[in-house]
Design a protein around this ligand. Structure first.
Ligand code: NHX
Ligand code: ZN
Length: 680
């Protein structure tokens, strides 16, 4: 029934635009013709490009020896010269005429700018071979002056017409959906290509059955959802999963991004939505995938700076279309977003996107599976254990893991290796997350010293405290935005945070600045990242996780900090001014307490701090185990020089990822790590 609605709509749209309807191709041809006229006028008189330019003497000689077959003369008052164009034969050494063409009997074009007396001009004309040509300066001037105006006018006219058209359904492609269709023959993606999201895959397999045989489900009286909302962080593979559903079900796959609907002009998005559904109906069974649905599906009515007519109309069109089709048609819509909280509630009502599938970041096993899928295209060294890489990449998305393998392959290629080894994978991992190494960054000795102490502070306190994640490595090689960093790796994926661990982590975060101040007697802006992280942790402890005894188990404010978006306005603060002050005081107390803890630890272990910093200055990168060794034994045994000779590649990592480093220092082979390559 809404089909009828839809058709009526189309008719209306059709009439509107019908008044202006001109087939688009005609336009383009007209514009080409009209645009070409001035150009033609300019170039009309410029003879064939291959015309030979003759000098005055050459021309005179050619005329005298009857070589010229025919020509035209035009006087150019500006240069006071005559321009002669024509055709002539050349003479070979024996005085025989030679020309061009296949047989060499065709005269060759020439052009000559010559000074002619009136008398000589008459002589030329009398010879019968020449005639006068109208001087083209007037026409030329006209073309120069009118041409641009003409072109400009045409362009304006063109865009104006286009804009009018768009108000209606649009005869041009403006109102057409930008959905890209992947026919079932072309879509080769299957569930095998989707790894690491087992739960989502399971949830979605029902849709495959439905798309394969819509009637079967109908008979049993089951209601298949029309719309599914896929929720997941960027890079978790929502698009891939949707594509795989279509691939498994042998259904066509329409893919469009929410932002593709939105255009500057009101009504375009809505007509695109209608067009997309029309196309989908012609290609059933099919799956429509709308990526970033939040671009159109944001809550209506509360936007800052007034509403957004275009977006609302588009959303309305989408809602109407969704209500209007019947699942028996064999169409399923999947929308993806990483911000389900900002979606308009109307989108989530029954009969619309009433089912949600969460696509989580992969866990260790998921990451290993993903790495294996992507490793098919990469030549891996037999020593590579993807499980170790998977353990070393908590929080990495599927896209990041794919990127990691690709970077590793590029690295191996650049360093001339035959296969991707563990060291390339580790370097690629850091690059994907933190940015590329900047070994060439010019740093003063002082900056290097401060950085080494800063990182040594983090590392020392990390090792001294019992509830931190094990130290993975410390480096003062600049990477991305950072001048140095201390990396910790959780033993297993972090699912929840404990208060003890958070407190220790905050202390570790504070330690960088404390150590830095010890050596430079000053403080730098570099700790901004540390400060931000510590503050975020402390604030969440107080306001979200109920970890402050003083403020209790109460949620203060909304957990999402997307204050700049419509719906959250005025919701972000749901507590009194007095509470606000208590929160700030608690956050400060937590930070201060841990700052003091870190300071005490650092001052009590100054010798060790210095040793770590010196080792860092010498070797640039230290393994967690090496730092642990310093803290335990009080001395640093430099690892033996690298066995391999040759120029440092700049891409070698120190050791393969450790399986697990226990927070309480275990016995660790001092030869485990090899030093980082010396700075180039
Ligand atoms: C600058 N960068 O911006 C220079 C180039 C104090 C030795 N003038 O804490 O590199 O000062 O333990 C995430 C990642 C700020 C957030 C990197 C926020 C880098 C990093 C500025 C070490 N390691 N700070 C650190 C650092 C800096 C910055 C970040 C971030 C430094 C510090 C950056
Ligand atoms: Zn730091």
């Amino acid at each position: 029934m809404s089909d009828e609605n839809n058709n009526k709509d189309d008719e209306r749209g059709g009439k509107k635009s019908g008044e202006f309807r001109v087939p688009p191709r005609t336009y383009i041809i007209w514009i080409a013709i009209l645009g070409a006229i001035p150009l033609l006028m300019v170039f009309r008189n410029a003879g064939p490009a291959s015309s030979e330019a003759l000098t005055q003497t050459q021309f005179m000689q050619a005329f005298a020896s009857n070589q010229i077959v025919q020509g035209t003369i035009a006087y150019d008052p500006q240069s006071l010269l005559h321009e002669v164009r024509g055709k002539y034969f050349k003479l070979d050494s024996e005085g025989k005429k030679i020309g061009g063409g296949a047989k060499g009997d065709e005269p060759l074009p020439f052009i000559a700018k010559v000074r002619l007396t009136d008398k000589f001009e008459d002589k030329l004309l009398e010879s019968g071979a020449f005639e006068t040509r109208a001087p083209n300066t007037v026409l030329l001037g006209l073309a120069y002056s009118l041409g641009p105006i003409l072109i400009l006018g045409l362009l304006i006219w063109f865009f104006f017409i286009r804009q009018i058209k768009m108000a209606g359904k649009g005869a041009l492609s403006f109102g057409k959906s930008k959905a890209r269709m992947l026919t079932k023959e072309k879509n080769k993606t299957t569930f095998k290509d989707v790894a690491g999201v087992e739960e989502a895959k399971e949830e979605v397999s029902e849709l495959v059955d439905f798309l394969k045989d819509p009637k079967k489900f109908q008979k049993l009286g089951g209601r298949i959802p029309k719309g599914i909302l896929m929720v997941g962080s960027p890079g978790t593979g929502k698009t891939l999963l949707a594509k795989a559903i279509a691939g498994e079900a042998d259904a066509a796959f329409f893919s469009i991004s929410g932002s593709d609907f939105v255009e500057m002009f009101v009504g375009v998005g809505a007509s695109r939505v209608r067009d997309m559904f029309e196309q989908a109906r012609k290609n059933t069974p099919c799956l429509i995938f709308i990526d970033e649905i939040d671009a159109v599906g944001r809550s209506r009515g509360h936007g800052l700076g007034g509403g957004n007519d275009e977006r609302e109309q588009t959303l309305n069109a989408l809602l109407v279309e969704m209500d209007g089709f019947d699942t028996t048609e064999g169409i399923i819509i999947i929308a993806a977003t990483n911000r389900p909280d900002v979606l308009d509630p109307a989108l989530l009502r029954p009969g619309r996107f009433d089912r949600q599938i969460t696509v989580n970041l992969p866990d260790v096993r998921g990451r290993e599976a993903i790495l294996k899928v992507h490793a098919k295209n990469v030549k891996l060294d037999p020593t590579v254990d993807l499980a170790v890489i998977a353990r070393g990449t908590p929080g990495y998305s599927g896209a990041e893991l794919a990127n990691l393998l690709n970077e590793a392959a590029l690295l191996a290629a650049r360093t001339g290796k035959k296969a991707v080894g563990m060291s390339e994978l580790e370097e690629a991992r850091d690059k994907v997350r933190w940015g590329r190494e900047r070994r060439t960054l010019a740093m003063s000795d002082e900056e290097k010293r401060d950085t080494a102490w800063h990182e040594a502070g983090h590392a020392l306190v990390n090792v001294l405290l019992n509830n931190t994640h094990p130290l993975h490595k410390v480096t003062i090689i600049p990477r991305g935005r950072a001048l140095g960093m201390t990396m910790m790796l959780p033993e297993k994926d972090v699912l929840s945070q404990s208060r003890k661990r958070l407190m220790d982590d905050i202390a570790v975060t504070m330690a960088g600045r404390i150590a830095e101040e010890m050596v430079s007697q000053d403080i730098s802006s570099g700790a901004s990242g540390d400060i931000q992280m510590a503050t975020q942790m402390a604030r969440a402890m107080v306001t979200q996780w109920g970890m402050s005894d003083r403020l209790g188990m109460i949620q203060y404010g909304d957990s999402n900090e997307y204050v700049f978006l419509g719906r959250e306005m005025g919701r972000s603060k749901d507590y009194s001014e007095a509470t606000s002050q208590s929160i700030d005081a608690e956050v400060k107390r937590i930070i201060d307490e841990n700052f003091q803890r870190a300071k005490d630890l650092i001052h009590a272990n100054r010798d060790k701090l210095e040793m770590i910093a010196k080792a860092l200055l010498e070797f640039e990168t230290l393994e967690g185990a090496q730092v642990i060794d310093i803290v335990r034994t009080g001395k640093f045994t430099p690892p033996p020089p690298p066995a391999q000779v040759g120029p440092p590649t700049g891409a070698q990592a120190v050791t393969p990822l450790p399986e697990v480093i226990k927070p309480v220092p275990p016995k660790i082979d001092p030869g485990l790590g090899s030093p980082a390559p010396a700075p180039a």
